[in-house]
Design a protein around this ligand. Structure first.
Ligand SMILES: [Zn+2]
Length: 264
């Protein structure tokens, strides 16, 4: 049987006989404790919670980091639980950083400011035009509400490191079909690659043609954002000039979405 190194360590054992059984047990216990701590740290990674108040609603930006390298994944719609599960599984297995929002489990953020109720889509808050449109879409608008939402957007953006950004979403009403010729959002895309008889809810939405060609070569459904896409305040519009990959998948398509994150 191989002897453990600390059993032979001369600084411990001296020139005499080996350490006592008691010492060995203590050292082993310490080694096991360190090992389990290491395993726990690896499983939990490093989780930071950044609290931000939007009106009277506390928002928690959760930053879960596993190792210093790896992909940056952003999850903005709290109710899109398959996307969150896929992103979490990915960063825990392969490393990377996940940013997600917590504010009560809903897609939109609802808040009160001076007794007025406001509602906004957290994926429409990255430009002034987007904030205004989104607030007006769901209720009233005011400059104060605008400022509150904008400060949340700034906090989220400050946590996104340089390099490629991967956003994850789940869709029910929206799908790749919106971008098909003669469909409502056809103008927002420059190119489309759709595999006949595939699930049109599972697709990549990318902002640069290099990514488009790469994902197309891997035979995934992929849409390339047009440089003339409308300013809707979404993260894909805001990061239009950067390396950005949006992964859309149907609810429950965990395996497919995980595979798409892997190839993003
Ligand atoms: Zn979404």
């Amino acid at each position: 049987m191989q002897t453990l190194w600390f059993y032979r360590n001369p600084r411990v054992a001296g020139n005499h006989a080996g350490p006592t059984i008691e010492f060995r047990n203590r050292t082993l216990t310490r080694a096991f404790k360190l090992f389990f701590l290491f395993v726990l740290l690896n499983l939990g990674g490093c989780v930071h919670t950044i609290p931000v108040m939007v009106g009277n609603t506390p928002i928690r930006i959760i930053q879960e980091k596993h190792q210093d390298h790896g992909k940056t994944i952003v999850h903005l719609h709290e109710n899109e639980t398959t996307a969150l599960a896929a992103a979490r599984t990915y960063v825990r297995q392969d490393g990377g950083t996940l940013l997600t929002l917590q504010h009560g489990g809903t897609r939109n953020i609802v808040f009160y400011l001076n007794q007025v109720r406001y509602e906004v889509d957290p994926n429409r808050i990255f430009t002034d035009k987007g904030i205004k449109q989104s607030l007006k879409q769901f209720g009233p608008y005011s400059p104060e509400a605008h400022a509150a939402v904008k400060s949340l957007a700034k906090r989220i953006l400050a946590l996104i490191p340089p390099g490629k950004v991967i956003a994850v979403h789940n869709n029910r009403d929206y799908s790749m079909k919106e971008y098909f010729p003669h469909h409502p959002m056809a103008r927002d895309v420059k190119a489309l690659h759709y595999l006949a008889s595939s699930n049109y809810r599972n697709f990549y939405f990318v902002t640069n043609s290099r990514e488009y060609r790469r994902l197309k070569a891997l035979d995934f459904n992929v849409a390339l954002q047009s440089p003339h896409a409308e300013d809707d305040g979404s993260l894909s519009y805001y990061l239009g000039e950067r390396d950005y990959v949006n992964i859309e998948a149907a609810y429950g398509e965990l395996k497919a979405q995980l595979r798409m994150i892997y190839h993003a």
